[in-house]
Design a protein around this ligand. Structure first.
Ligand code: PXL
Length: 287
């Protein structure tokens, strides 16, 4: 029996303004009773989503010595969770962390792009290297754009039918991960859904999202964090997906009602208590 909260090494950047990466991962997982140990890849003044000239300090040089220090201390992690990575060198280092903790749940959020387009930093080489990380993961959480980039497919924006969405999930699982979750999939039945696949159980899941006509940075980080917190707390895959989907709906609807600048992210502070309230699960369906 684990006599302490589960512990996660969160290998992410810290963007000071804009509510993404470690700024949201720390509060979300902490409130879900998970200990987060930030392994900070870079410090930025803001995220890179349209807030002007970002000030960046790369911290790659700290990452390998930090791993060596944790190993020397004999610190265990139940989960290694990576997200936005600034370079291929950082991909190598995340692979070293995964190898150093082979029993930990390996969660890779392959941050590469959104709305059908790769981010400026997502060169073909970076996409290929992110594919290597996906192959070493137990759980991946791409959005639909990232799923297509990882599969080397063109993003057409065409709505997905059941068979196509199942194929996308199983092809990604074929690269290695047991659990694949694709967020923000435009479905042929006019819903936007989060899709999941558990390769070992052979089961496909979907949770439809209530649409809000605005998009905010950091929502992928919040989704993956709630998913991680749920799985470490004993949720099944569809339960963890439903928890993450519904929490984001609360956060997005709260924020949208204020009409605030979308680049500032979602008003997480006002919503965190939702994560501590008991839930019943009634929205997940088989895909
Ligand atoms: O939320 C993903 C993310 C994380 N970190 C930085 C980013 C982004 C997305 O734009 O710019 C620095």
């Amino acid at each position: 029996m684990l006599q302490r909260p589960p512990r996660v090494a969160a290998i992410h950047d810290l963007s000071g303004f804009g509510r993404c990466s470690l700024s949201v991962i720390l509060p979300v997982l902490s409130v879900m009773k998970v200990q987060v140990c930030p392994v900070t890849t870079a410090v930025l003044s803001t995220h890179t989503g349209g807030l002007g000239d970002v000030v960046v300090e790369d911290l790659t040089r700290m990452l390998a010595p930090t791993l060596a220090h944790y190993k020397k201390l004999g610190i265990e992690f139940e989960c290694i969770y990576s997200g936005w990575l600034g370079s291929s060198e950082q991909v190598d280092i995340v692979l070293d962390y995964l190898r150093a903790y082979p029993d930990a749940l390996a969660v890779v959020d392959p941050v590469l792009g959104d709305h059908g387009k790769p981010y400026r930093t997502s060169t073909p080489e970076h996409i290929r290297r992110m594919g290597e990380l996906v192959a070493a993961a137990d759980v991946i959480t791409p959005n639909l754009t990232e799923a297509m980039l990882l599969l080397g497919e063109e993003y057409t924006g065409a709505p997905l039918r059941q068979q196509e969405s199942r194929q996308l999930l199983s092809r990604l699982a074929g690269k290695g991960p047991r659990y694949v979750v694709i967020t923000g999939a435009d479905m042929a039945d006019d819903h936007i859904a989060n899709l999941g696949y558990d390769r070992e159980q052979g089961q496909y899941w979907r949770i439809d999202c209530n649409y809000v006509p605005a998009s905010y940075p950091g929502t992928g980080d919040i989704f993956a964090s709630v998913l991680v917190g749920g799985l470490l707390g004993g949720d099944s895959l569809p339960m963890a997906m439903e928890r993450a989907t519904r929490f984001l709906e609360v956060a997005v609807r709260t924020t949208f009602s204020y009409g605030s600048d979308t680049r500032y992210g979602v008003m997480l502070e006002s919503c965190l208590s939702w994560l501590t309230s008991p839930q019943t699960f009634e929205r997940y369906r088989l895909l």
